[in-house]
Design a binder for this molecule. Structure first.
Ligand code: HEC
Length: 107
């Protein structure tokens, strides 16, 4: 069993999102997909499975997700319902990488 110590880190990153989320019109996917894949294998497969389709703990099928890159960053940081907030567990760049990787799961 793991317990996730996240709460303290939320503030800083929320401010960061506020400061960096300027232009919503063009979708900017940045991040190292290869590294994102590693992060995914460590932290996301538990609920989403290798291919993103496993739906353990009420997880959604990532391959059909319509979420934009920006929204994924926020989701991964803040979590949602049973999804773990990864703020403080993953670094800013790891979150970017894994979000970028998650975009590639879409067929
Ligand atoms: C503890 C289980 C769990 C883990 C670990 C987990 N997720 Fe999730 N994930 C969920 C659940 C539950 C949802 C659905 C949240 C909701 O909308 O109710 C979800 C939703 C999502 C969605 C949104 C799909 C959509 O269209 O709404 C994405 C993208 C996602 N997860 C990516 C990730 C990534 C990337 C990781 C690893 C950093 C990860 N998840 C780790 C449980 C998990």
């Amino acid at each position: 069993m793991k317990s996730y110590l996240t709460g303290v880190f939320l503030f800083g990153l929320i401010i960061y999102i506020g400061a960096s989320g300027g232009c919503a019109s063009t979708e900017q996917v940045k991040g190292d997909v290869a590294n994102g894949k590693k992060v995914y294998g460590q932290y996301c497969v538990l609920c989403h499975g290798d291919n993103g389709k496993m739906q353990l703990n009420g997880a959604k099928d990532i391959t059909v997700s319509e979420l934009t890159f920006e929204l994924r960053l926020t989701l991964i940081k803040d979590g949602k319902n049973l999804m773990t907030p990864f703020d403080g567990i993953l670094s800013e760049s790891e979150i970017q990488d894994v979000a970028a990787y998650s975009m590639t799961l879409k067929p």
